[in-house]
Design a protein around this ligand. Structure first.
Ligand code: FE2
Length: 180
């Protein structure tokens, strides 16, 4: 059983992320550390998970004072899903409990202002221990849902707190910028 916990994780990221030369190196550092984190069966305090499940706590567990990256834990009720969206920053997601369904897209401009089409380039189910990453802006449009009957948990690291992002309405072919 691994004793590598969230404190070890953020200490490793604080030490190693400054050496990352670009987003790809950053997500590689985070993915390596995430692999160790996910192997800890006792990572999350049951009281925290209970509070998360009932919407009684923020999902953010760490915000780096110097590097600005954030660590968040997300809980997914059965049937929960996001819009198709991006983050305007790099990100790494690890599945900690149950399974999530992930779709990834490429943006296909139509030549008309505000109009788009999407090419779904990946569609897969990710179970406990699976790690995926996003690079901004070329490789980050995605949709996540919980297809199973149980509450799922995932751990996310983003390059900075997400203040602005886009939502993509596939039926209308419209992009909406969300945030400040
Ligand atoms: Fe996302």
């Amino acid at each position: 059983m691994s004793h590598y916990d969230l404190n070890h994780f953020v200490r490793e990221l604080e030490a190693r992320l400054p050496q990352a030369q670009d987003q790809l190196q950053a997500v590689q550092v985070v993915s390596g550390a995430m692999q160790k984190l996910l192997s800890n069966d006792y990572l999350l305090d049951p009281d925290f998970v209970r509070a998360l499940r009932h919407g009684q706590t923020d999902n953010q567990v760490y915000h780096s004072p110097g590097l600005d990256f954030v660590v968040q834990v997300f809980g997914w009720q059965p049937g929960a899903e996001t819009p198709i969206h991006d983050h305007e920053t790099w990100g790494v997601m690890g599945i900690y409990a149950e399974e999530l369904e992930i779709r990834e897209y490429d943006l296909l401009p139509t030549g008309q202002a505000g109009q788009f089409d999407l090419n779904q380039k990946a569609h897969y189910r990710a179970g406990r221990g699976a790690i995926s990453y996003l690079l901004s802006p070329q490789d980050e449009i995605h949709h996540i849902s919980n297809p199973g009957p149980n509450y799922a948990l995932s751990i996310h690291v983003y390059g900075n707190p997400i203040q602005n992002y886009h939502e993509f309405d596939l039926e209308k072919g419209r992009i909406t910028r969300v945030g400040s």
